[in-house]
Design a protein around this ligand. Sequence first.
Ligand code: DC
Length: 663
Amino acid sequence: MMFDTAFLDVPPLQAVTGTVRLPGSKSISNRVLLLAALCEMAGDEPTQIHDLLDSDDTRVMIAALAQLKENSNATKKLFLGNAGTAMRPLTAALALRGGQVGGYELSGVPRMHERPIGDLVDALRLLGCDIQYLGNEGFPPLKIGEPKLKLDAPIQVRGDVSSQFLTALLLALPLVAMQDIHVDVVGELISKPYIDITIKLLARFGVTVQQQGWSRFTIPAGSKYTSPKEIYVEADASSASYFVALGGLAAMADKPLQILGVGADSIQGDIKFIEAAAQMGVQVKSEANSLTVWRAEWSKATGFLKAIDLDCNHIPDAAMTLAVMALYADGTTTLRNIASWRVKETDRIAAMAIELRKLGATIEEGADFIRITPPASHTGWRFASIHTYDDHRMAMCASLAAFNPAGVPVRIEDPKCVAKTFPDYFEALFSVAQTDAKNIPVICIDGPTASGKGTLASLVAKQLGYHYLDSGALYRLVGFAAKQAGASLDDEAAVATIASQILVDFDGDRVSLDGIDVSDDIRSEASGMLASKVSAYPSVREALFNLQLDFRRLPGLVADGRDMGTVIFPEAPLKVFLTASAATRADRRYKQLISKGISANIEGLRADLEARDARDQSRSAAPLVAAKDALQLDNSNLTIEGSVTQVLEWWNKLSGGDAPSQL
Ligand code: DC
C-alpha cells in the first residue's frame, strides 16, 4: 500500500519501538544499474542485482536503460523524471559513447530543467562531446550527438556545485580509456562521500581509479568494465536518518528501535549522520549491518535534544533530518555549508525555512546555511499543512514533527512523493510508532441498511489514507459461521461463542473467515437477515467489541455500522448519521442485485429493508439511533461523490481548521 492521497494527517505520536528494514540505497542502485548496463553493452554477461531499490528514480533509470538496448535509427528520447542520479551519468556516458544515429534527447520534469548541468556539459565539450541545450543554456533538456574525442589534456570539472558531475565523469570515462585520463577538480569538492561510493562501485566492476587527494582522479589506460556477476545493494543510509531521529526522539533504552540494512560497514557517507545525531542526544549502537537507537539518558532527563552548530557538507541529504530534530533542541541550531540544498529536488533551504516556520519555529537562512530556533515547547507549536515540493525528503522530515509536545497532528501534502526513494515510508513509520488510542482519529458513519454507508466510508477512508472497518461484515460473518457450524440461531450462547472465536481478515473489499474468502457469501441478502438476527444478542455484541476497537490504528479509521458513534467509538470527533428514504434504498439494492444477475423484486426488497430497520431500531442492545452529536446526512438526492465531498468538508473543518488539537 502507498499513501496515494492529497494529504496525510499524521496524528500526534508518542513513542517508537520495534524493527524496520530499510529499502536499498538510491545512489547505489542507480550507479549499479548503469554499471551493469555498461558491462552488458560492452559484451560482458548480465549482472544479478540483489536488494535493488524499487522507486521512482530507479524505475526511470531502468526504463532509460531498456530504451537504450532497443535497436532503432531514430533519435532516442529518454525521459528521466526528476532523477539527478540518472540525468548526470547518462549524459556523460551517452555523450562519450555516441553510437546512435539521430543522437539522444534527455529531458525530465520541469524541476529537472531547473537543476544545473552546465559544468558537466562544459567538461564533456572539452573532451570533444557534442551536446546542445534544447531549452535554457546550462540546464536540461539536452541533445547529444556523435563525439570527436580528444582525451590528451586533463579534464577540468567544477566540484563545488554538485558532486554528481564528477561521479558522472568517473562512471563514463572507463568507456573511452584508451589512454590515462586525468580529471582535475576545480574548487572545493562537496559531498565527498558520494565520490567515495562511486569509486568503490567502480572497483566492484573492475575499474580502479587512482586518486590524488580530492583534486585529481585518474582512470588508467586500458580500464574496462567487467561484471561482478552478482552484487548486493546496501540499504539507504539517508533513509536511515529518519529512523535514527525517531529513535532519538521517542525510543527508550529497554525498548529501542532497530534499523536493519545499514550499519558501521556502510560505504555511504550519510552513515556519518549518526555522529551528528549522537551529539544531539540519540544513543546509537552500530553493528555491521544494523543500527539500534534510543534516546540518551541525559537527553531524556532534560527533555530536550542538544542544539548543535555543524558543517554538514559531508552529509548533505541526511542533514535535512537534523533541521527537524532541531525543533526539539534546547537552543538554536545552525547547519552550515549546505549550499547544495538549493539545487536539489527543490530549493531545500527555502522550503525548510518556510515549512518549519509554519510549525512555529524561528528560522534564519543564508546562501549556504540555515539556523533554527525551536518553538516554545508547549505553546509555540502550530498545526501546519506542510507543503512538500515534490521532494521526498521534505515529506519524510515533516513526519518527525508529529512528536511535538503540544500534541498537534501534522498534515503532509502529497505524501506519495516519498516514492522517489522510500515508497513505504509512512507504512514503516506507522509500524513502529505508538500513540494513545485517543490520538488516532476515527470517523463514524452509521445508518440503516442499504443507505450507502459502506461505499461512502470506504471512499472517505481512501481519500484520507485511513483504515476502514465494515462492522456489518463482522455480524454477517458471525451469522454465516453459525449457520455453517450448524448452530441454532436461537441459541444466543452458542452464537456468542462462535463470535468470540472467528478469525477474520480484511483485504481491500475481500473478507476471509479462517483463511477462506467468503466475501460473496456474506454479502448475500440471506446473510444480511442472519446478521440482523445475531446482532440483536448482547453477548454477541460484547464478543465483537474489542475486535472492533483493534481497527483503530495509525494513521486513522473510518468505521461504518449502526453503533460506531454510540457504543464503539463514542468519543470519535466526527460522527455521520447517513440516511436515505426506504424507496431510494430499495431501488439501489434492486439495481445492485440486477447488475449482478440476481433476480429481485423491488416491493419485496423494500419490505425486507423496513423489517430490518424496525428490528435494528427496536432491539435493546445498541439499537440503531443517531448519536446525539452526529451530523445527519440524507443522501437520497446526492451522488456518491457529493456525499464523500460533504463528509470530507466536515472533516477538514475539524482537522485543518480552528481546532486541530481536538483530533
Ligand atoms: O451494514 P450491514 O447491512 O452489513 O449490516 C448487517 C447487519 O448487522 C444489520 O442488520 C445490522 C447489523 N449491524 C449491527 O447491528 N451493528 C453494526 N455496527 C453493524 C451492523
